[in-house]
Design a protein around this ligand. Structure first.
Ligand code: CA
Ligand code: CA
Ligand code: CA
Ligand code: CA
Length: 361
């Protein structure tokens, strides 16, 4: 009997191994049908070893685009502030800051700042900062805001058309979202809770579209959802896409918006399980546009990108390298081997050309 079964078992074992084959962890081997885009720059590695870099945000300098900044979390230690060459300008060792986001035009005592929010797993709070456009440095805006969540996880911000500032924080495992409004009250920055809803499964990546009022949420093992960002508009949602469709492989992670004119542009999603990024139209029913990957830049010595957690994108031209905007993506495996994780900077023009998209619609 064994004589009959052994070859069958061997065949089964072989099939199981073949099924387990994964792409190289660098994720840069070009899949033939998926366009590849090389990074233009990479940041210095984060301070912590292992899985540490997580989520970036982009701040646009009001008058000199070349002085714009990239903020990036080290989820074991705090926050790094980088220039567009990827050099660290400031480090805030304020705890296990997991995700970060920002919005411009926050006025305190008659002065305009960017308001920065980060989810802090150390004290389960929201860390709020003011980014001063003159110094390009961050300072604490307020004492930590308690979230009441078991483990604050993802964070994103929303500035409504009537100029109100909101912060969303979600909870690991449960998919619970909470939303706060942040205001300046005679020089004191205060956060007031405005809403709570539950997505279903664990969700981290999220982004609000300030123009349309949409809130996009990536439920990691399931779907990309579109909610309303305004707290009084209810919790009805629409599925934009789902795992197993359009090449999406769990986890679905960071989400960001490349804002075109007249409501146009794209929603960018980290399709982490496939080491790719998926693009959707920002308008209408969020039609699927295509996918790309971030491959090695051999000439410059920058490695490609795999297993991206957080990402950020802007459509603002930031000098000749980023004439149609900048995409920043976390890299799960920075090379050469042994380097701590970091963030890669990609020119949006390269993405657009790789996907054969028309220029700025
Ligand atoms: Ca995640
Ligand atoms: Ca993450
Ligand atoms: Ca890499
Ligand atoms: Ca590298």
């Amino acid at each position: 009997m064994w004589r009959a079964i052994v070859p069958w078992l061997l065949a089964l074992a072989f099939a199981a191994c073949a099924g387990n084959q994964k792409p190289a962890s660098s994720g840069v081997a070009a899949a033939a049908s998926v366009p590849g885009v090389p990074p233009v720059a990479e940041t210095e590695p984060v301070a912590s070893a292992e899985d540490a870099a997580d989520d970036p945000a982009i701040w646009i300098h009001p008058t000199d685009p070349a002085q714009s900044l990239v903020l990036g979390t080290d989820k074991q230690r705090g926050l790094h502030v980088y220039n567009l060459d990827g050099r660290v300008l400031q480090t805030l060792p304020d705890g296990r800051l997991n995700n970060v986001d920002l919005r411009d035009g926050f006025v305190v005592k008659g002065r305009e700042y960017a308001l920065v929010a980060a989810s802090n797993r150390t004290d389960r709070s929201i860390a709020l900062y003011l980014l001063d456009p003159d110094t390009r440095r961050l300072e604490r805006a307020a004492p930590p805001v308690p979230t009441g969540l078991a483990e604050p996880y993802g964070t994103c911000m929303y500035k409504s058309s009537d100029g109100r500032f909101f912060v969303f924080v979600n909870e690991a495992d449960t998919g619970r979202f909470r939303q706060w409004e942040v205001r300046d009250e005679a020089g004191a920055v205060r956060a007031t809770r405005a809403r709570q809803f539950v997505v279903g499964g664990q969700a981290e990546g999220c982004v609000a579209d300030d123009e349309s009022g949409a809130l996009y949420v990536a439920e990691e093992n399931s779907a990309l959802w579109r909610y309303e960002a305004m707290p009084d508009r209810g919790n009805a949602r629409r599925q934009v896409d789902r795992v197993g469709h359009n090449g999406l492989v769990a986890d679905l992670e960071g989400v960001a918006i490349w804002q075109g004119r007249h409501g146009g542009g794209y929603v960018v999603l980290s399709n982490q399980g496939a080491n790719r990024y998926a693009l959707y139209r920002r308008d209408g029913g969020n039609e699927f546009v295509g996918q790309f990957q971030v491959t090695d830049n051999e000439a410059a010595g920058f490695d490609g990108v795999s297993e991206t957690d957080g990402l950020a994108v802007t459509s603002q031209p930031l000098g000749p390298k980023y004439s149609e905007g900048l995409l920043v993506v976390q890299d799960g495996s920075n090379e050469p081997p042994g380097e701590h994780q970091n963030f890669k900077l990609v020119s949006w023009r390269d993405v657009r050309e790789a996907l054969g998209l028309k220029q700025a619609d």
